[in-house]
Every structure is written in structure tokens, then in C-alpha cells.
Design a protein. Structure first.
Length: 132
């Protein structure tokens, strides 16, 4: 078991996941009421690059730590909205697809000590599978 998994005992944020897809871009977006988009996972299927963005986060954070029951993955970020870009050949690429692409109850995001717990949805699996 992942030592960070205790964070998953927190209640998930209330909101709704949406899925979007066009010819080469797939996205899973979490909208929290009433603030709007909180988190997005986007796959560019042409180059298999993944982009994760956490809005309304601690702007001084330099990493997003994604936490599941079995693993924690640390991703460097850039920008005011914390954005992590993962190239197809980056070691984190396949790790992310494996850990979040598998159905689960929830996962957490740690941005500089601020923990956000989100429910898992099939839209995440579909988005990540497009970038395999």
C-alpha cells in the first residue's frame, strides 16, 4: 500500500467530470461547483503528449503529486495554473497511464501541501488510453 494513500480518506470535491474528444485531442475535465474547471487531463494523440492542469491551486507549488492507493507520482509544473506536460518518451508517461488509467474510487492531487481529492471516472481512462 502507498504511504500517501491516507489522503484518499478525505471526501472528494463535489463536481462533475466531462469528456471531450476530437480527431486528435481527448480531454477529461473536472468542474467543481460553483468555481468551474478545477482539473484537466488532456491527451494529444498525434504526439502522445499528456497535459495535466490544476486550476485554483497554490501558485507557489512547483510540482503536482498524484496519489492513488498504490502509487504516488511527482510531476514538475509550470505556469500560474499548475500545468504538467509529459512527453510520450518521459518515464512518467507510462506510469501515469498505468496508475490513473485503471478504474478506482478516487485519487488525490497534492500541490504544495494543498490536497484535492477527486472521484475517478471512465473519462480519465478513455483520455489516457488515447495516449498509450
Amino acid at each position: 500500500m502507498n504511504a500517501d494513500a491516507l489522503t484518499l480518506q478525505r471526501a472528494p470535491v463535489a463536481g462533475v467530470w466531462t469528456a471531450q474528444a476530437d480527431e486528435s485531442v481527448f480531454a477529461a475535465r473536472f468542474n467543481a461547483a460553483p468555481t468551474g474547471e478545477l482539473f484537466a487531463i488532456v491527451c494529444n494523440a498525434r504526439n502522445r503528449a499528456l497535459t495535466l492542469t490544476l486550476h485554483q491551486a497554490n501558485a507557489s507549488a512547483t510540482t503536482l503529486r498524484l496519489i492513488t492507493a498504490t502509487r504516488t507520482l511527482e510531476l514538475p509544473t509550470h505556469g500560474a495554473a499548475l500545468t504538467a506536460t509529459i512527453a510520450a518518451r518521459a518515464p512518467e508517461h507510462d506510469a501515469l497511464i498505468t496508475m490513473l488509467g485503471t478504474p478506482g474510487d478516487r485519487f488525490a492531487i497534492d500541490a504544495g501541501g494543498a490536497i484535492t481529492v477527486l472521484p475517478w471516472t471512465d473519462a480519465i481512462g478513455t483520455t489516457l488510453t488515447a495516449c498509450r
